[in-house]
Design a protein around this ligand. Structure first.
Ligand code: PRP
Length: 218
């Protein structure tokens, strides 16, 4: 571990769930130990032996909250969560992992109704998108498995992330409109960025070097 990480304690918030495996692979690539323990343990705070680093394992939607309030100095989080949570944090790097897209989806042959309803885990993103389109919709917040909503008549469309497209396909839904592309980001607490600049910079550099690049000379 490089010199900077031996300084003040630095806490990194990691997201459990969808992007966890890829994010842990990324840490490994960046030369950070404790990846085994991150995967296997049920502990939520995991110190990295021989360094001043520790990991917090958090729900993805909570990562920006921990970082905004400074209980984590930096965090790994999807752009979907950043757009939804609108937390006051610095976005340092696009890690170019966790590629997916934010989509409007629905049943094939979907026709506009008089009182359209949209189900989603992302009410802010959905409301913003339809407002910008000049469409009035009722947004219904769900916490997961949103693909159910059009199948059982709760909503006529959904706003959700699509990765392989398997969940849509297996439920007979189709992509209707593209909202934006999503990747995983490294974020930092604003005060940590100033007060622990050496430590944050060391981590950002480690992460930057681990970013997958298409050209080997890049
Ligand atoms: C996400 C997303 C979709 C699915 C998309 O859900 O909300 O349901 O993954 O992936 P795919 O295009 O590769 O099928 P997640 O697995 O996070 O579970 P959830 O529905 O319980 O939130």
């Amino acid at each position: 571990m490089s010199r900077g990480a031996q300084g003040q304690k630095l806490t990194i918030a990691m997201p459990k769930g969808r992007i966890f495996e890829e994010a842990v692979g990324f840490l490994q690539q960046a030369g950070l130990q404790a990846t085994g323990e991150l995967k296997e343990s049920r502990k939520l705070i995991i110190p990295v032996e021989g360094t001043n680093l520790q990991f917090l394992l958090a729900k993805p939607m909570d990562v920006p909250t921990y970082v905004e309030y400074g209980v984590a100095d930096v965090g790994v989080v999807g752009k979907d969560v950043l757009l939804e949570e609108e937390r006051d944090v610095y976005e340092l790097l696009d890690l170019r992992i966790g590629f997916c897209r934010m989509m409007v989806a629905g049943l094939p042959g979907w026709k506009p109704t008089e009182a359209p309803r949209v189900a989603t885990k992302y009410p802010r993103i959905a409301s913003r998108f339809f407002r910008e389109q000049g469409q009035q919709v009722e947004v219904i917040k769900l916490n997961g498995s949103v693909e159910l909503a059009p199948l059982i008549g709760l909503a006529d469309r959904i706003v959700d992330i699509v990765s392989t497209g398997q969940t849509l396909r297996e439920n007979g839904l189709v992509e209707l409109e593209h909202i934006c592309d999503i990747t995983t980001r490294l974020i930092a607490n604003r005060a940590s960025y100033r007060m622990k600049s050496e430590e944050v910079d060391t981590i950002a550099q480690l992460f930057w070097r681990a970013i997958p690049r298409r050209e080997s000379n890049g």
